[in-house]
Design a protein around this ligand. Structure first.
Ligand code: F6R
Length: 619
């Protein structure tokens, strides 16, 4: 998740730097670990790049002016491979003559193998990024072909994973060549100038005529032309469209709020978090491991520490890890864990989960655990943040920057990462599910498409939410992995719509909470898949009957084709079928949409709810 801009204009105007910097400012929401530009100027490529926000790059350019140019590319980074440093910032140069510069959004999954090949061929690497591999390959292909478009086509056929690449070469000064696979790229059509961007925000200040690129395509823009070909070299065409948003709305991708946008980015958050997780032998890997495999094998107890939404992701992890890896696993709110004098030994593994990687409560729990000799793994969405730096191993989620205060896409990415961690530990410990890791990964790969399908069916949920704008209390029930989903549904409603909401384990109902049920009380029930074990499905269907009999208004979330809930439901929201352990990645989506829509109907600010902050850096 990075922001990418490309521009070619008339030689006389030489305003490429301004256009690209303006585009980067609009795309900065996509990542702000570093920023950089490359300009093509009379047989040279000049670059400037800096770690940190775009402002740092702006200062650097003010101090050392770049030449005026008519062609430029620019990048704002969300770090994946390699920390947020000046060296790892894009653009990256390829070859030794400094004539080629390249920027990248995505993850090149086979970069280890390609990098070894290049090192063997004598290439020196200046950064830790996967991107630099593509830059060197492109420079070598250019030396062979003398044609940037053909060189790009040859290189992309060697890459695996997700990528948008943009490149410029000093010997072809009026050209930007780009390619895309599983990563966004749109073309902006100007008059005597053309643009490229991760999304239309990049060029909305200059043109509203845009072209959507297809999968596996290479595009070459010059001031007067736009040419698209497939990765196989056959001519192709993009899909033209008119942008109807204004510049301000463009940063939100045309959505009214960041939260709506982030809810719709969830298929990508899950897909990107799954990328590049297996090595050449098919073994699962973490991103950073400063702990021996032997130490990890000796782990006999896991404690997951996190706060809020991240703690609910941890509850899902508990079910998955115990089931797959057969290691005792507990979840605890980080602030409670830290100060109750927990029993920790070198064979205890602390798994922290944090979107920001800066939550003070979670950080304190991790520090305490380390001081007590426990091993620590961090699941985090922010590269190089404090919690991953303080941990023995890291698994990064690739949800991209989450701007809305209430977490949505980071939650789905955290759950995905927890499944990966569960399978990784199962492989290390030889747990029963280790043999099936590839099959579980295959089923996880199908989830993004199912989320997209589900997001397309949310109209009725929105209607229900608008209809319930005056509701004063909503209850949520779930069981097994549906229990944390119920808790998360209640949290979303509390923090966004400021109404009383509570999540319960469905089995707990008869032990007290059922007294809350009175005629008309709305209750969401997350029903397990009919294929889930131990007749959990039937048990929850019985719970629905029990509350319905006492007058509850039952809003049921069930799997496609589950007719058994119909007689007891006032409303049924169906979600696509998935393997029961993976259900939370789907069942939580209607609850997010419900809370967001209800809060919007109440006229509330869903991106910045009252009293809250995105990153809670105090205890
Ligand atoms: C709720 C929400 C919070 C965070 C919690 C932890 O929507 O966003 O509950 O999940 O503050 O934050 P991180 O994940 O940054 O540690």
């Amino acid at each position: 998740m990075c922001g990418i801009v490309g521009y070619v204009g008339p030689r006389v105007s030489e305003r490429a730097l301004d256009v690209v910097m303006e585009g980067l400012a609009r795309l900065e929401y996509r990542g702000y670990d570093s920023a950089g530009v490359a300009l093509v100027d009379h047989g040279h490529v000049a670059t400037a790049k800096r770690a940190g926000k775009l402002a740092n790059l702006r200062h650097a350019i003010e101090e050392h002016a770049l030449p005026e140019a008519a062609t430029a590319i620019g990048h704002t980074r969300w770090a994946t491979h390699g920390g947020p440093t000046d060296e790892n910032a894009h653009p990256h140069r390829g070859g030794t003559d400094g004539k080629l510069a390249l920027i990248h959004n995505g993850i090149i999954e086979n970069f280890h193998a390609l990098k070894s090949e290049l090192i063997e061929a004598g290439v020196d690497f200046r950064s830790e990024t996967d991107t630099e591999v593509a830059a060197h390959l492109l420079a070598r292909a250019y030396d062979e072909t003398g044609d940037l478009t053909e060189a790009m086509r040859l290189v992309v056929n060697r890459l695996e994973g997700a990528f948008t690449l943009l490149a410029v070469h000093a010997d072809e000064p009026d050209k930007v060549v780009a390619s895309r696979r599983n990563s966004p790229l749109v073309i902006g059509m100007g008059d005597g100038e053309n643009f490229l961007g991760s999304d239309v925000a990049a060029f909305i200040g200059h043109t509203r005529h845009a072209v959507e690129m297809g999968q596996d395509q290479v595009v070459t823009i010059t001031p007067e032309s736009v040419q698209v070909i497939g990765f196989d070299g056959t001519p192709a065409e993009g899909k033209p469209f008119e942008v109807t948003w204004d510049a301000a709305a463009a940063e939100k991708g045309g959505y009214p709020t960041f939260m709506e946008k982030e809810i719709h980015e969830q298929p990508h958050a899950v897909a990107d978090t799954l990328l590049g997780r297996t090595d050449a032998e098919g073994k699962l890997t973490l991103d950073e491991v400063r702990i021996s495999e032997e130490d990890l094998r000796n782990i006999d107890r896991i404690v997951i520490v996190a706060c809020g939404t991240a703690a609910y992701a941890g509850m899902v992890a508990q079910y998955a890890i115990e089931h797959w890896a057969r290691i005792q696993c507990e979840v605890e709110l980080a602030h409670e864990f830290r100060y109750r004098d927990p029993v920790l030994t070198p064979s205890t593994l602390i798994v922290s989960i944090s979107q920001s990687g800066e939550t003070m409560d979670t950080l304190m729990a991790v520090k305490h655990a380390r001081a007590m000799g426990a091993k620590t793994v961090s699941i985090c969405n922010t590269h190089g943040a404090t919690i991953p730096r303080e941990s023995d191993a890291v698994l990064y989620t690739h949800a991209g920057p989450e701007i809305a205060v209430a977490s949505t896409k980071a939650f789905l990415a955290q759950i995905t990462a927890c499944y990966i961690l569960g399978l990784y530990l199962a492989q290390l410990h030889g747990g029963s599910e280790a043999r099936n890791a590839a099959e579980v990964m295959r089923q996880l790969q199908e989830i993004p498409e199912k989320i997209t399908d589900l997001l397309g069916r949310m109209e009725r949920v929105r209607e229900i939410a608008r209809f319930m704008a005056d509701t004063r209390s909503v209850l949520f029930l779930g069981r097994h992995v549906g229990y944390p989903v119920a808790m998360e549904g209640a949290l979303k409603l509390k923090e966004l719509a400021y109404i009383h909401a509570e999540g319960f384990a469905a089995g707990e109902l008869k032990h007290g909470p059922i007294a809350l049920i009175e005629p008309g009380q709305p209750v969401f029930i997350v029903v397990p898949s009919p294929e889930s074990p131990h007749s959990l499905h039937d048990k929850v269907v019985s719970n629905i009957q029990e509350i319905r009999a006492r007058g509850a208004r039952t809003l049921v979330i069930a799997e496609d084709g589950d007719e058994s809930v119909v007689p007891f439901a006032d409303e049924v929201v169906y979600v696509p079928k998935a393997w029961w352990m993976l259900d939370p990645l789907l069942t939580v989506v209607p609850l997010q949409v419900f809370a967001c829509e209800l809060a919007t109907a109440k006229g509330l600010d869903v991106d910045q709810p009252r009293n809250l902050a995105k990153s809670v850096t105090v205890e």
